[in-house]
Design a protein around this ligand. Structure first.
Ligand code: ADP
Length: 261
């Protein structure tokens, strides 16, 4: 049965968001947050106005990889997203709102759903071309809430090569399709690595199945992102905005094309 999308909520009066894009993965640790961050930075570098809603309430990592600790301010009864240092990407995350950043979030479904609703209705996102939503892994309450309550225009799937091999992403794909939300495509993360000595591309998890998965599922392969120690180091230091990469550079144009069709 397909879940209704009649619950989509009105945005905050201080928001004018053109497109909401959810970033999803079948399981944790595949680099979903890293890909969300890179996509946001890539869009910002190309002149788009971008925000990130961190819907990963139990494992929020967006503030950490951008090095954000400030609390959001209240302005005209709306919560103002915290801006990243280089590109001014607006971020809202439970980590920025909690009294203590290391406080674990142990909430049940209904509270998770209402927190996600508030990230949309009580946050003044301002004018944005793209609001990226970093979902928690899998197909639980939080992803479902985002897709029911927010006007999600499309989903980007993130998978690691090992997952593609066993098609863990299939379940996530089925959920999104049931909700009649378009899947923009998928990103294979940690797809390969480049030898620092000889520049050879090494496929650490065997030869990539990304192309054949794209063929068999009908999903578009948006990009293959290499495993790169510089990315994890910069992320650990809260400086992901300094990571230079061209791997996602073609994605904004593709998003524009499908969003404005
Ligand atoms: P998820 O959001 O799927 O749980 P994260 O984005 O938090 O995963 O990534 C998990 C870890 O892997 C982080 O330490 C991150 O810096 C690292 N990581 C993710 N993608 C890459 C990559 N392409 N190269 C190197 N490290 C990566």
């Amino acid at each position: 049965q397909s879940a209704p999308r009649s619950h989509v909520l009105e945005p905050n009066p201080q928001s004018a968001v053109k497109n909401v894009i959810a970033v999803m993965s079948g399981k944790g640790g595949v680099g979903k947050s890293a890909v969300t961050a890179l996509l946001a930075v890539t869009l910002a570098r190309q002149g788009y106005k971008v925000g990130i809603l961190d819907a990963d309430l139990t494992g929020p990592s967006i503030p950490k990889i951008f090095g954000l600790h400030e609390r959001p301010e209240l302005e005209e009864e709306s919560i103002k997203p915290v801006k990243t240092r280089i590109y001014g990407i607006g971020v809202i995350s439970i980590n920025l709102l909690l009294e203590r950043e290391d406080e674990p979030v142990i909430w049940r479904g209904p509270i998770i759903a209402s927190a996600i609703q508030q990230f949309w209705t009580e946050v003044g996102w301002g004018e944005l071309d793209y609001l990226l939503v970093d979902l928690p892994p899998g197909t639980g309450d939080a992803p479902l809430s985002v897709m029911q309550f927010l006007p999600v225009s499309g989903v980007v799937m993130v998978a690691a090569p090992q997952e593609l091999a066993v098609l863990v992403v299939r379940k996530a794909v089925r959920m999104v399709r049931k909700l009649h939300i378009p899947i923009i495509g998928f990103v294979e993360n940690m797809s390969y690595t480049v030898c620092p000595k000889c520049d050879e591309k090494l496929e650490l998890f065997g030869s990539s199945q990304a192309e054949s998965v794209a063929d068999s599922t009908g999903l578009r392969l948006l990009a293959r992102i290499p495993l790169d120690p510089r990315l994890s180091t910069l992320s650990d230091q809260g400086e992901v905005e300094k990571y230079e990469t061209e791997v996602l550079a073609h994605v904004p144009a593709h998003l524009d094309e499908i969003m404005n069709r």
